[in-house]
Design a protein around this ligand. Structure first.
Ligand code: G3H
Length: 530
């Protein structure tokens, strides 16, 4: 087997560079006159391997970071801004306009997703469509929350009109593996709830924001969305150090989240919405449906080359069936097709991080040095931008692949004969996002599920781990997450309950009635949004 070059179809060739020459601040697309960084894809456009130049982005610095922060603060204006005080139905209109503009950019964005992060065509299209659906679902979820608030309560002679209000300025940083979807799963609910935002696109998957710059500028009032380009630490550090950020919304690594929190001088002012790394285990019981378990584990461990926070990153197989499991699993892995993202049936695709193949090879040799073997035929075959998934067995705790979140194409397998082995390992681990359990014996599954739900936040029964559907709570314990995301929960995460209370007396009654009739307040309203 060879990880070979295929001719690029005309439709997907890079004929024009995407040169991002401006950034968005205070409602202006500001033309940048300073330094730029080139953006390359690890996919080669020629038979002889060479990364492909895709375009360039501004290398902004501290001054522009503070400019964007000031713009977001001005737009929030300590709660007095047009956006945070706007009627809910009007904010929804802005958001709907944005989603409709976004829909017109599907082809450009999908093509850039493939080139920038190597995601295959079907998954790139899915990422785009899922994100547009997420926006419309968020609008519907917000309407439900708003309808529930369109009323007064009365307790102990006090009326209360309770709504959810914005928190302030949000710094939004997304990951490279879902540079559109996961970033927007933070940005969209943050905005619709009335916050203002500074957003820096992910390191890989940055040019795909370019087709949306004008839509961001056109669809939201000045300063509500500010978009910066450059290095995360350079831009995010001074923004956090200002103490003016109210929410750090980040999907990425806990080390970045910790470093950024540390910079904030007023910790109690800072709310965290974090989706972080994980080491989700699969536990394969002796009574499982083996074929189903193997199929789910292959997909769970290796879709998008394992570059998903929800990927199965360690597999525990009961020793009674490990031989059979390993054989079937290895064969299935070897059947996966490697190709460029647009190639027919490309299940494995180039890795977007130039250093990743080296790192994966290091994990493999470390495991081999400590006694593991590559048990699949093609495991470890490599090219400039890829390493074919290596299935490693038997893996032990002293190996780097046991400890690290590999976030790439390598699958560690361990055996157990006592269920407390994987459970103790999970309890010791720094992570607690999800787990998959494969089995059919309810006498064993019942108590196992009861423990697993207390170690992670989603137990997938005879199913691989995943984030979706987006209506379900997506969160984690320990270093895996902070706050909960889902269409509904994200709206809560980016807002706070705030209310108007009034003692029941004739003066207050009249004021409330008049406010409702004259609509002089956007907050006090019993309008039912259809
Ligand atoms: O990288 C983490 C993502 O949230 C995973 O989402 O399970 O839909 O691939 P997914």
């Amino acid at each position: 087997m060879k990880l070979s070059y295929n001719e690029i179809p005309e439709k997907y060739k890079i004929n024009n560079l995407v040169n991002q020459e401006d950034y968005l601040v205070s409602g202006n697309l500001v033309n940048w006159k300073g330094d730029f960084s080139n953006v390359y894809s690890t996919i080669s456009s020629t038979k002889e391997y060479k990364p492909t130049l895709l375009g360039k982005i501004p290398s902004l610095g501290k001054e522009q970071a503070i400019e964007a922060l000031d713009s977001a603060c001005d737009a929030f204006d300590n709660g007095r801004g047009e956006w945070p005080t706007m009627k809910v139905r009007d904010r929804i209109k802005h958001m709907r306009n944005f989603a409709n503009e976004m829909k017109t950019k599907r082809d450009e964005i999908v093509k850039l997703l493939m080139w920038e992060i190597g995601k295959n065509l079907a998954d790139s299209e899915k990422e785009f469509d899922r994100t547009v659906d997420y926006i419309f679902d968020t609008i519907e979820a917000y309407k439900i929350i708003d309808r529930d608030s369109a009323k007064f309560e009365k307790n102990s002679n006090i009326y209360a009109h309770i709504r959810r209000g914005p928190l302030g300025v949000v710094l939004c940083l997304g990951p490279y593996n879902y540079p559109l979807n996961e970033t927007f799963c933070l940005l969209i609910p943050a905005l619709i709830m009335g916050n203002t935002a500074i957003f820096k696109p992910a390191k890989h998957g940055v040019l795909l924001i370019s087709p949306l710059m004008e839509a961001f500028q056109k669809c939201f009032p000045k300063g509500v969305v500010n978009i910066l380009y450059g290095r995360g630490r350079v831009l995010a550090t001074p923004i956090m150090e200002s103490g003016k950020v109210n929410v750090l919304a980040l999907i990425g690594h806990s080390s970045s989240a910790n470093a950024l929190q540390e910079c904030h001088p007023k910790k109690n002012r800072l709310r965290l919405v974090l989706g972080l790394e994980a080491k989700n285990p699969a536990i394969v019981m002796p009574d499982c449906d083996l074929e189903l378990a193997v199929n789910e584990c292959v997909a769970g461990a290796l879709s998008f080359n394992g570059q998903r926070c929800t990927a199965l990153k360690i597999i525990y197989v009961h020793e009674q069936i490990v031989e059979k499991f390993n054989k079937m699993f290895s064969e299935k892995v070897d059947e996966l097709n490697f190709g460029n993202p647009w190639d027919n049936n490309a299940q494995l695709t180039p890795l977007p991080e130039p250093n990743k193949p080296k790192y994966i090879k290091e994990l493999i040799s470390d495991a081999q040095d400590k006694g593991a073997k590559i048990i699949n035929k093609n495991g470890g075959l490599s090219s400039e931008n890829y390493v074919f998934p290596a299935v490693l067995f038997p893996v032990s705790k002293d190996m780097d692949v046991y400890k690290d979140e590999q976030f790439g194409p390598v699958v560690p397998i361990l055996t157990f004969n006592d269920i407390n082995v994987p459970l103790n390992d999970m309890a010791e681990s720094n992570y607690g996002q999800q787990a998959s359990v494969f089995g059919t014996d309810i006498d064993k599954l019942g108590p196992l599920i009861d423990t697993l739900v207390n170690l992670v936040c989603r137990v997938n029964l005879n199913s691989s781990c995943q984030r979706g559907p987006d209506n379900y709570p997506f969160t984690g314990r320990k270093d895996s997450a902070f706050s909960t995301l889902s269409v509904h929960d994200a709206l809560r995460s980016f807002s706070i309950r705030t209310f108007v209370a009034s003692k029941d007396n004739p003066t207050n009654k009249k004021i409330i009635k008049d406010l409702l009739n004259t609509k002089k307040s956007n907050f006090i309203s019993t309008d039912y949004i259809l």
